[in-house]
Design a binder for this molecule. Sequence first.
Ligand code: HEC
Length: 273
Amino acid sequence: MGAGRDDGMNLTRYFMLKAPMDDRFGPADIPAVWNLAKYKAETGQLPNYAGDTHDVHSVMIDSALGVLGAPPADKADFHAQVKWLQDYLSALPPPVYPFPVDAARAAAGKRVFDAECAACHASPRTGTRIPLAEVGTDPGRLETWDKASAIKGNQVVAAMGITRKGLVEEDLPGYKIPFLDGIWLRAPYLHNGAVPTLRDLLEPVERRPRVFWRGYDVYDPQRVGFVTDGDEARRVGTRMDVAEKGSGNRGHEFGTGLPAADKDALVEYLKTL
Ligand code: HEC
């Protein structure tokens, strides 16, 4: 699985729903939890990689119940603590890129972004689901969850006497288009963390690294992500092989055909989000 990932929906199926284990496997990056106010159920911007839950409040409740592994002893205190955490994380801004940014290059990169990326990542579509075929990334995470599990999960929580909007009781068509706030700090990339840096994401699949080490915290401001190879990265990190189940690095080939100078400018702009 590797540092920084878990298999969240399988954890829910096995521990909360007591489902029998099967061979579905959906390792995914632990998501960044800043600026949670961006998720708005009214406009379809739901939390979780496939928009599996109706609102942030329900995710907080379900995550806390997962940690407790039992109904809370004091429901009023439980709800007060969930509310405090949700308010805090809703207003927490993404961290600002700490190294120098070339402003002229970033401005050129914004033009590339507006032409190639904004229709998905800076539009009303941002945060909403798109069919898996349109982005073509690894299906593992999507396959670990389904409508029947959502219905059962909602029943388990309701039986604890806890009211929340809860899990979306539908089979979901694909991953969401993520918001890109603080994207510089969210490496490695894609829901399963299969692409080490932003610059690698702008290369066609066959040119993206196939084996690297994740979890080492030295930053690479050129490629924008963490250093993922070398003696120290190998010592500290976890080996990631994109040939492994659920860890595929295919799909999301947007912008991969751009000239190198445009890719570099685009990456400079992404530092500023
Ligand atoms: C058709 C819609 C679409 C377009 C166009 C698009 N993306 Fe994406 N993008 C997605 C989806 C969907 C995902 C999530 C895929 C996944 O994680 O499996 C994603 C994921 C990403 C991620 C990874 C986010 C993370 O947290 O790991 C980055 C970075 C990104 N896109 C940047 C870009 C850039 C830069 C462009 C323009 C060159 C672009 N995207 C164009 C839909 C799009």
